[in-house]
Design a protein around this ligand. Structure first.
Ligand SMILES: C[S@@+](CC[C@H](N)C(=O)[O-])C[C@H]1O[C@@H](n2cnc3c(N)ncnc32)[C@H](O)[C@@H]1O
Length: 248
């Protein structure tokens, strides 16, 4: 049969088809080689290029925020948080990769800057609320000077009305406005806080009656009674309750 094939001129195609197979193999090899070369060039050129483009931006922002915070170290006098509490808020957000934050009580923006700085690293954004126009304006100037305006939606108005109307979900809250309204803010925000999210409250104490009077006892008793909130108080600064939501 094979002999017949070789003898008949019409069917004498076997050596040619072998060549074609070899050619095809060569073509596939060439395509693979080009792809490998292309991938290598991409890895060698693009990755260092992109990190050269991205890293300096983040480094520039860090340097700008640090410079701003250092230059204001002596000058925060509008009921602002001490730096240790600001650093704690920053670290909580970074550690948990939170992205949707709310602050109640901006004042001139010290805590806001720490929160927004962390959000600039997680790709998040912050809504912050202030009722006093002068402090709100000063805060806006501070956000600009620190290079963080893009991460902050600063709203002027009464948090009593704004907070219940806010659309969730949020994964981080810092409550630092009028203390006798703390419980109302918490009740309004808890359903909008994601499981795994964190609710922080400033100027509280676990055992004592608190700096401001009886509101601390009322608030802390309520907060600690919530079975789905895991609460600790950090006393290194001005008393910061840190409450993680474990379930709905
Ligand atoms: C303790 S200060 C906030 C300090 C700020 N978190 C910081 O560390 O820079 C409290 C702020 O809450 C504001 N505030 C009080 N009641 C408010 C309300 N009902 N709505 C919005 N802001 C309010 C005050 O005007 C004040 O500036």
């Amino acid at each position: 049969m094979i002999k017949l094939l070789f003898k008949s001129g019409k069917n004498f195609r076997l050596p040619e088809s072998k060549d074609m197979k070899r050619e095809e193999k060569m073509k596939i090899f060439a395509v693979q080689l080009i792809s490998a070369l292309f991938l290598t060039v991409t890895l060698v050129l693009i990755i260092p290029l992109s990190s050269a483009v991205i890293k300096p931006d983040a480094q520039d922002l860090d340097a700008k925020v640090e410079k701003f915070l250092n230059s204001h170290d002596w000058g925060w006098g509008d009921m602002n948080v001490p730096a240790v509490d600001g650093q704690t808020l920053h670290d909580i957000i970074l550690k948990n990769k939170y992205t949707r934050a709310l602050e109640i009580g901006t004042s001139t923006g010290h805590s806001t800057i720490w929160i927004a700085w962390a959000l600039s690293k997680t790709g998040g954004k912050l809504i912050t609320l202030e009722i006093n126009e002068q402090r709100h304006r000063e805060a806006l100037e501070n956000f600009e000077a620190a290079g963080l305006s893009a991460y902050i939606d600063a709203r002027l108005g009464d948090a009593h009305k704004i907070v219940p109307a806010l659309e969730g979900p949020f994964d981080f809250v810092f409550s630092d406005a009028d203390k006798d309204w703390y419980k109302n803010y918490l009740i309004a925000m808890l359903p909008k806080l994601e499981v795994g999210g964190c609710y922080t409250t400033h100027n509280v104490s676990m055992g004592r009656r608190g700096r401001g009077g009886s509101w601390n006892a009322v608030y802390m008793e309520y907060l600690l009674s919530l079975q789905n909130m895991d609460t600790t108080v950090d006393n290194r600064g001005n008393g910061l309750a840190i409450s993680y939501k474990k379930s709905e």
